[in-house]
Design a protein around this ligand. Structure first.
Ligand code: ZN
Length: 240
């Protein structure tokens, strides 16, 4: 029974370690996702800045074209004879000037937007660098934890093998089957008449039998193998 109790403790610890170990890759995945989002945002900002630059070049080209047309129109104006033609040429110049001023406003608007975005982009780039560095540190830390848990698991696996050799094979098989079916717990202490796993009462007569400790008993409720949890004969070497 002592060995069986030690085995159960071993199995509980192994189960806890495995659960903790599974958290590692999940945490890494979550961190990777977060970092990818930050990087994507940065990428989008870069794209938008490129678009602004393109728009600006296009608008500046338009302004240049209009200036050429304006010069031509002014030359034309100085060679005009009739009043009617003169007025038409003047109107063309006015229209061109108005159009040009609209495009110039657009350039200013683009410059302002570019400046604002460049400021936030620089801050974002810095934050992304920091996030990358933090990710590397976190990743390293998690891997370190995983390696340490693997070592613990390895030690416990060896310990379990050693203990399981001390247990009667039939009993071991029964325990393993119970453990697999009953959420990892195959053997349960009973304290003051209560099964410590399912928390239900053991009938007094059965509890008295359990106190004598001369035969293998099971919990009438959860069917796990039970032992008297306050039995000093089982206490001495059950600790980890
Ligand atoms: Zn029970």
């Amino acid at each position: 029974m002592k060995s069986l109790i030690a085995l159960q403790e071993c199995d509980i610890r192994m189960r806890d370690i495995r659960m903790k170990r599974e958290e590692g890759p999940r945490k890494i995945q979550a961190l990777e996702q977060k970092l990818a989002e930050v990087e994507k945002h940065l990428e989008e900002e870069s794209e938008r800045l490129k678009e602004y630059a393109q728009d600006r070049r296009k608008a500046e080209q338009e302004i240049e074209d209009m200036e050429i047309r304006l010069k031509k129109a002014e030359v034309k104006l100085s060679n005009i004879k009739s009043n009617k033609e003169y007025e038409a040429a003047l109107k063309e110049i006015d229209d061109l000037k108005r159009e040009k001023s609209l495009v110039e406003d657009r350039v200013i608007e683009i410059l302002e937007k570019t400046e604002a975005l460049e400021t936030s982009h620089a801050a974002n780039r810095k934050r992304t660098q920091e996030a990358k560095q933090q990710f590397r540190l976190d990743h390293e830390e998690i891997m370190k934890q995983i390696r340490s848990l693997d070592r613990d698991l390895d030690t416990l696996t060896k310990k379990r093998l050693r203990i399981s050799r001390e247990v009667d094979p039939v009993l071991l098989k029964r325990y393993d089957t119970l453990r697999e079916r009953k959420g990892g717990i195959g053997v349960s202490p009973v304290i003051k008449g209560v099964c410590q796993t399912c928390h239900l009462n053991i009938p007094p007569q059965e509890f008295n039998e359990l106190l004598r400790g001369d035969k293998l008993m099971t919990c009438p409720n959860c069917t796990r193998i039970i032992y008297w949890g306050e039995d000093e004969r089982l206490m001495d070497n059950t600790g980890a």
